[in-house]
Design a binder for this molecule. Structure first.
Ligand SMILES: C[S@@+](CC[C@H](N)C(=O)[O-])C[C@H]1O[C@@H](n2cnc3c(N)ncnc32)[C@H](O)[C@@H]1O
Length: 240
């Protein structure tokens, strides 16, 4: 079989395109999975397994206020009434429902990759008659939030289980308004007294490394919570 130069050019272009897509995954490596881990490594950190929808009862547990003090978190978020807040990896929406009353003229966008989590949030919205929460299905690589629309993105015990943290962080940067903030609540990885599985904890150093890699600015760590860090980053605002 003989190919014309034009067909050969198209075939080669296709091969090079496929190679460049594969190379895009080069910031990840593989290892033998540890207990509760995926074996996928990003910037020296093994990514944990995803918490399934069967954990809704645990996410909604009554003693969460006593253990993690979420009401203190809401105060520290310093929200404005018209803010648009994206709760990324919202799960059952535990934090979305705590945040919603603080943004009566704005909204909370609850983003998750599991439709079952979003269905749970929709039924809770009806039950509690909450109008300013929107559910939003993301993908493992992309929040699919419109560009420059979010004032604050919050991730509670979620980022460490994102299978594509780099792509997720890049898509978060796109979704944030210039000067918009990202707040992480992660179990303190440096603290051996926090009895959470190691892959579900993160250190300040590691989160900062990963966020600076996508161009976010470190703002501060506020350690007022019993077992988690409250870490703040900002999308640079070229006008300020
Ligand atoms: C441990 S749960 C935490 C839920 C909630 N933030 C809370 O504290 O109650 C983590 C959630 O992140 C979600 N998740 C995992 N990867 C995700 C991704 N790439 N984008 C959005 N959500 C994701 C999971 O489906 C799960 O619901």
């Amino acid at each position: 079989m003989r190919f014309s130069p034009c067909v050969i050019f198209v075939l080669l272009a296709g091969i090079f395109a496929a190679m460049s897509v594969a190379a895009d995954d080069s910031h990840y490596s593989e290892k033998e999975p540890s207990r509760d881990g995926t074996g996928k490594v990003y910037m020296g950190r093994e990514i944990s397994q995803v918490v399934s929808q069967h954990a809704i009862g645990w996410l909604e547990r009554r003693d969460r206020e006593g253990e993690e003090k979420p009401s203190l978190v809401i105060e520290q978020l310093e929200l404005k009434a018209d803010d648009v807040v994206a709760d990324i990896g919202a799960g059952s929406g535990y934090f979305s429902f705590l945040i919603a009353p603080s943004v009566p003229e704005g909204k909370v966008v609850s983003v998750d990759i599991q439709q079952e989590m979003l269905d749970f949030i929709e039924s809770k919205k009806k039950l509690k008659k909450v109008a300013n929460i929107e559910t939003h299905l993301g993908t493992i690589e992309d929040t699919r939030l419109p560009e420059n629309t979010v004032d604050l993105a919050i991730m509670v015990d979620a980022y460490h289980e994102f299978s594509h943290p780099k792509e997720m962080a890049q898509s978060l940067v796109k979704g944030l308004k210039p000067g918009g903030r990202i707040v992480f609540l992660e179990y303190r990885g440096e603290d051996p007294s926090v009895s959470i599985k190691p892959l579900h904890k993160m250190t300040v150093k590691q989160v900062t490394l990963e966020m600076e890699a996508v161009g976010l600015e470190f703002v501060e760590v506020r350690d007022f919570l019993p077992i988690q860090h409250f870490l703040v980053f900002r999308k640079p605002n070229p006008k300020s």
